[in-house]
Write a protein that binds this ligand. Structure first.
Ligand SMILES: NC(=O)c1ccc[n+]([C@@H]2O[C@H](COP(=O)([O-])OP(=O)(O)OC[C@H]3O[C@@H](n4cnc5c(N)ncnc54)[C@H](O)[C@@H]3O)[C@@H](O)[C@H]2O)c1
Length: 320
């Protein structure tokens, strides 16, 4: 009897293994073909009219340009930044561009209490956020041992921890309605380490890992109406990384803010899960996954990952 039961379990297990493996193989071919077709054909864009879009770090750079791009899309805009003048200026411009409803708030995203408090205020004054764009970011720009502890902590708080708190504040309403979009503005420095950017890379790796994990949690709980987008751009000409030089501009160009904002908007409208810019980053990630370590190091040298930060000035020093 016992032998018979063990045999039944073994046969059932093999059947399950075969069926599941077959299912994965068939679906893999299907999804691969689907992705290939999407590469060749223009993908339909969803309408976001009536949505409430919150952008953190909307007081300058990519955040401001994204807000301007959303202005003509019949959405309610909620703009957050620690810099009140900056975010007010963004609000002024987006209103000029025809935005129907714009609300700006001064928020320190590194402060959990402040994020929760202003999030409550937004819910009372504007309503539930349906598209959340975590974009606020800072960079220390020093070698790790020269970075003051306070700046290391701040970088982690703004670039990564703030994402935890905004999700905690706004995700429950999205889950209730099974509707929404979470956008993480990370960086290529969240995929590949860079000499001189230890705290920044750590914060961006954290942001990517966090966004990717919550995305899986949403799939596992059947919340397929909440879309996710992780954005990993190389250097952008916004001022944040002023002074930094790219070694091979034709392979890894410094990106233009307008182009980056356009690509992010397109990724949101087409429910694209990952957006790496420029495309070379996809290839570098592929190489990183299988090349011997020493080879990745010489490739890192070749692509300039050891010298990117040598001439870093950053925005503050430029203004001074
Ligand atoms: N500029 C680049 O080369 C580059 C490359 C890859 C990724 N990114 C990322 O893109 C995002 C936008 O960068 P950007 O180039 O537009 O930079 P930016 O400096 O122009 O904009 C960042 C905004 O975040 C705000 N901010 C900073 N600390 C804050 C805080 N504690 N609370 C609330 N707001 C705060 C700033 O006031 C600013 O308006 C950042 O997350 C950045 O890390 C930038």
């Amino acid at each position: 009897m016992v032998v018979w039961t063990v045999q039944v379990i073994q046969v059932t297990f093999s059947m399950n293994f075969l069926l599941e493996t077959l299912r994965v193989l068939v679906l893999s071919v299907y999804y691969f073909l689907e992705a290939f077709v999407k590469l060749l054909l223009p993908v339909g864009k969803k309408s976001i009219a009536g949505e409430t879009v919150l952008i953190t770090g909307a007081g300058s750079g990519i955040g401001r340009i994204m807000a301007i791009k959303f202005a003509s899309m019949d959405v309610t805009l909620v703009l957050w930044d620690i810099n009140l003048d900056g975010v007010k200026e963004t609000a002024r411009v987006v209103k000029e561009k025809g935005a129907r409803s714009v609300h700006c708030y001064q928020v320190d995203c590194s402060d959990r209490g402040n994020v929760y408090q202003v999030a409550e205020q937004v819910k009372q004054e504007v309503g539930d956020v349906t598209i959340l764009i975590n974009n606020a970011g800072i960079v220390t720009g020093k070698k790790f041992m020269d970075s003051p502890d306070s700046l290391v902590e701040k970088t982690l708080q703004v670039n990564a921890m703030a994402h935890f708190w905004t999700y905690k504040a706004f995700l429950p309403a999205m889950m209730d309605k099974n509707h929404g979009h979470l956008v993480c503005i990370a960086s290529s420095a969240g995929l590949i380490g860079v000499n001189g950017l230890a705290d920044y890379c750590a914060s961006k790796f954290a942001a990517v890992g966090f966004a990717e994990s919550v995305a899986l949690e949403l799939i596992a709980t059947g919340k397929d109406g909440i879309k996710t987008t992780i954005v990993c751009p190389y250097f952008i000409n916004t001022g944040m990384f002023d002074g930094c030089k790219t070694k091979w501009p034709h392979l890894l160009p410094i990106l233009q803010p307008e182009y980056v904002a356009k690509k992010i908007l397109n990724a949101i409208l087409t429910d694209q899960t990952y957006l790496f810019m420029p495309r070379t980053i996809y290839f570098l990630m592929f190489l990183k996954s299988f090349l011997p370590y020493k080879e990745t190091v010489i490739l890192g040298m070749y692509f300039g990952a050891f010298t990117f930060m040598d001439a870093f000035k950053g925005r503050q020093k430029k203004e001074n």
